[in-house]
Write a protein that binds this ligand. Structure first.
Ligand code: GAR
Length: 194
């Protein structure tokens, strides 16, 4: 059975990383198997490191602070990913701006906790919660040079209720993320030949 490989990049808690490992790693889908060939983290103190180890994958730590500029950091990311010959790279809570060095070399998708093109950036959950919108939601999109600006692949949304706390809202967002991201990864891999 053909094996399709992915890389997962993360920066913090890593709950989406763990969800992907649980649902996809070494699992069979329609005519292929998925292998998480590498997990990469830019933060040596990230909780996600332990989550990756639980699945027998020692994350590669590439600390952005060890590099003089973003381009050099991205070069190291690119080299590490290319070495594994993965078909797809998934940014699951990877909190770094990426330069053309990365974008032009790596086919990647990103998970964002709001309905793009609204609420771009690092405070999407709080901003969308506080907005007057009656729905909240999430987006998976291709990574492009514009922050949170690549083509949208899939979105999910839910009705907000007036009794919802920020905590409830955040939980709802994460639960949708755990549902949607693995589905998108499987769909994209099934479209890739090789
Ligand atoms: C997720 O909610 C993801 O959508 C968000 O970071 C969180 C990571 O949680 N990503 C962004 O905000 C990217 N702009 P996790 O580390 O527990 O998976």
């Amino acid at each position: 059975m053909p094996v399709k490989k992915i890389a997962i990049l993360f920066s913090g808690s890593g709950t989406n990383l763990e969800n992907l490992l649980k649902k996809l790693h070494n699992k069979e889908f329609d005519g292929f198997k998925i292998e998480v060939a590498v997990t990469i983290c830019n933060n040596p103190n990230a909780k996600g490191i332990m989550r990756s180890r639980k699945y027998g994958i020692e994350p590669i730590i590439i600390n952005h602070k060890d590099f003089a500029n973003r381009e050099d950091f991205d070069k190291e990311l690119v080299a590490t990913i290319k070495e594994r010959e993965v078909q797809l790279t998934v940014l699951a809570g990877f909190m770094r701006f990426l330069t053309p060095v990365f974008i032009s070399n790596i086919k990647a998708i990103n998970l964002h906790p709001a309905l793009l093109p609204l609420f771009k950036g690092g405070h999407a959950i709080e901003e969308s919660f506080k907005s007057g919108m009656k729905v909240g939601g999430i987006t998976v999109h291709h990574v492009s040079e514009e922050l949170d600006g690549g083509t949208i692949i899939a979105q999910r949304c839910f009705q907000k209720s007036s009794s919802m706390s920020l905590d409830d809202y955040e939980k709802k967002i994460h639960n949708l993320e755990y549902e949607l991201l693995p589905i998108v990864v499987v769909d994209l891999l099934s479209e890739i030949n090789s």
